[in-house]
Design a protein around this ligand. Structure first.
Ligand SMILES: Nc1nc(=O)c2c([nH]1)NC[C@@H]1CN(c3ccc(C(=O)N[C@@H](CCC(=O)O)C(=O)O)cc3)C=[N+]21
Length: 288
């Protein structure tokens, strides 16, 4: 057996088309959706992601404002900018690219964003709302995963779901969304004693560990849906520079029922959900 590929690029193209229509309709009513993106430091990966986000906005008819700060930026300057963006009615979404340099208190920065503009869904109040199933904004990566499961007709209610990774930006909100959708959820992490015992029971397996090709075919239940959230740039060897996920695609594909590739899987959907959240925010600001 070989798994069905869940194509994040194709799904993104479709959803981004709908988002562009909504953005155009809002603009016609005088509300041009607008996302502000703040990038601190010169991490090359972060610069690429920010460039991709800005380009995706442009293509969808969403205005973007970009603010770049040096690696040694004064956190007070960034906080002041956030205050101004919170107060600006023309701005509907604010994203501070993570990670931040060490002089920043990341939590304090995320809490400084008005929750009505928190399109990342990282503010503690949005996290609390998500846990109560009455969220303002759903974090983009796990939200994109839910959209992929839906588009691929994967039944979530009643399924055994296993999430590997417990980060605030992926693992925890992913577990919450799957729980809200009726899955029986197990969260595994670096301290889990027998990882394969858990993963082999999963109807839906989400890998968000940050280790290249960590999940192998022998860890996958036959017919399972495997979602690969990993974005790892291989450092050395013959494949240096290549992007790969947390899943060993070839061995997992031979066992799974459906699987997401890297690149072209969850990554593009993350950006799509960012655009969607920005348009939702603009629609709320327009009173509809
Ligand atoms: N405040 C904040 N919000 C984020 O959403 C956020 C962040 N910080 N920091 C970094 C991570 C990472 N992230 C990605 C988004 C898209 C792709 C993506 O589109 N990847 C393409 C490949 C891109 C390439 O070739 O490098 C793909 O998987 O096909 C990857 C990674 C968002 N993040």
């Amino acid at each position: 057996m070989t798994a069905r590929i869940i194509d994040g690029n194709a799904l993104s193209a479709r959803v981004r088309g709908e988002i562009a229509d909504r953005a155009a309709a809002l603009a016609a009513r005088g509300v041009q959706p607008c996302l502000a993106v703040l990038l601190v430091g010169a991490d090359p990966a972060s610069a690429v992601y920010v460039r991709n986000k800005v380009a995706a906005c442009e293509k969808a008819g969403i205005r973007s404002l970009r603010f770049d700060y040096p690696q040694d930026a004064d956190p007070a300057d960034v906080m002041a900018r956030l205050g101004a963006l919170n107060a600006d009615p023309a701005v509907h979404g604010i994203l501070v690219q993570l990670p931040l340099p060490p002089q920043f208190d990341e939590t304090a920065v995320l809490e400084a964003i008005d929750i009505r503009k928190d399109v990342d869904g990282f503010h503690a109040e949005n996290v609390g709302r998500l846990s109560q199933n009455r969220e303002a904004f759903i974090p983009c990566t796990p939200h994109g995963v839910m959209k992929m499961l839906e588009a691929a007709d994967v039944k979530v209610a009643g399924a055994e779901a296993v999430v590997i990774g417990r980060s605030n930006i992926v693992g925890k909100p992913m577990a919450m969304l799957l729980t809200n959708a009726g899955a029986t959820v197990t969260v595994c992490h670096s301290r889990t004693r027998d990882l394969a015992f858990h993963t082999r029971r999963a109807d839906i397996l989400v890998a968000a560990v940050g280790k290249p090709r960590f999940v192998t075919g022998d860890m996958v239940k036959p017919g399972a849906t495997v979602i690969d959230v990993g974005i790892n740039r291989l450092q050395d060897g013959p494949e240096a520079g290549k992007l790969c996920g947390d899943v060993d695609f070839e061995s997992a594909k031979a066992v799974a029922g459906a699987i997401t590739p890297v690149p072209g899987g969850v990554g593009p959907m993350t950006i799509t959900m960012l655009l969607e959240n920005t348009v939702i925010s603009a629609a709320r600001a327009a009173g509809r």
